[in-house]
Design a binder for this molecule. Structure first.
Ligand SMILES: [Zn+2]
Length: 86
């Protein structure tokens, strides 16, 4: 059972991650991963989404084909210094 929790998903109480099948990019948010995948499909140039029509957007299936779902089964406590970008 996967349920929506503030744009994050869980499976059996474990966090679910979504990974781009093309480059390995990982996101907690399915929506933002699909936005990322759209870039592989060539809809974004210079960070502007073109064309702007709804029909030009990828169908959900085309996006799901490039989406790998990972479940975080194990967590490890780390120190703040180990977190990149903090
Ligand atoms: Zn990618």
């Amino acid at each position: 059972m996967i349920e929506l929790l503030h744009e994050q998903y869980e499976s059996d109480g474990s966090t679910v991650l979504f990974r781009c099948a093309e480059c390995g990019y990982i996101s907690l948010s399915l929506g933002s991963l699909h936005g990322h995948i759209e870039r592989h499909r060539g809809y974004t140039r210079f960070n502007i989404q073109v064309p702007l029509t709804k029909t030009a957007m990828a169908k959900r299936n085309a996006l799901m084909e490039r989406t790998e779902v990972l479940r975080v089964d194990e967590t490890s406590e780390i120190s703040l210094e180990e977190v990149e970008g903090l």
